[in-house]
Design a protein. Sequence first.
Length: 451
Amino acid sequence: MEAAFAEYERRTPRSKALWQRAREWSPLGVHSNYRFLDPYPFYVHRASGVHLWDADENEYLDFNMAFGALQSGHAHPKLLAALEQQLRDGSIYGYEWERTPELAERLCRRYRMAKVRFSTTGLEATQHAVRFARAYTKKRRVLKFEGGYHGSHDTLLVGVKPRAEVAGDARRPNSAPASPGILPAVTSHTLVAPFNDLDATRAIAKKHKGDLAAIIAEPIPMNMGFILPEDGFFAGLRELCDELGTLLILDEIKTGAKYFHGGADRVGVRADLITLGKSIACGVPLSAIGAGPGILDEVGPRKVAHAGTYNSNPLAMAACLASLDHILTEEALERSSALNTRLARGYAEVFDDAGVTAHVSSDGVSGTVYFTDHPVRNWRDFLTVDGDRSMLYYYRSLNRGLIPSGTGPDEQWTISVQHTEKDVDRHLEILATVAEQLTGAPQPGEIEESV
């Protein structure tokens, strides 16, 4: 790591100078904790297609794609055209744009929901989804899964990347807050269960069956890398929710644009509420809360609150329409999925040839590599991942002009519609040179809370 850091610093002197200035005015010199890197973050100058240039004009082949927010790739021509046209007509009105009803209908039909409300960020969407569930069921508690991240609001910033010493029993995890400043009275209403353990989840939910408003989960948890649900897990959750009169919320901020009909279709269940975001507007801030019949009927003045000046702003609406028409098409997602299969197989082959102990998990247009000697099925398994080796893999790749994935062992890569076979081949060529530095037995590394 010392050699990797030294090379990183050699390549990024302007980023270092920018960071030294930025940290005088902002904590860590960044505006999301996820963007901080040791010894300092790099700062971006521009991006186009699948490439990104930092402030020192180093060029990178980008497989992070803004943590999955750019299924379009950078500066997609169709997205640029839509935004340019809308800017001429106004960026925000304070009233509804004439094409908003069209977009609402299209999203409801595509994701098989009855009604939708727009917001701006994923945090807002999951926060409102919980409120809607509580208002509809007249119950208070919410159950989430350990290690899962659903935005940095107090209700769900619980059981997110907990350290072993505070996590509690693996089958009955503690409701550990992920940040100072969260009141115990808030966390007491948030239950935490182990992902992929239906029996344990059922036991926790049934203990609070008279007061459980919702179970919230990502169809594929993507803040523990890329954890695929086991067969029958989501079907069991659906059955459990129906039994208890509890709503099932699928957090599709990441998965909604990675599958044509979303992650609910991928795992084969009907959700009561879904949240959409990230690539749904391919880089323009937009989120949506979709709901089944009747759930949003009480949303309105002096009833269930939902408001926001930037909700359904015309720039975001235009970007989403362009994304649906030209970017998030079924054909384009199928092409990206085929490239993803090729990349995942290449990872397995490269590491096998180099004698690197690792597991590759992938599906759809994304995947990740776990530096561990066994598959990862939940947060406790994730704690055994060699975090140091994950970061060495990341920095060695970065120093060779490749952003292989999101930063850290808890992130994944994204194949955009602008990636090609040539880009995948180049990724694997760089990986082969990096793999030589990654041999040896895996060692569990401390995973920092970074929300």
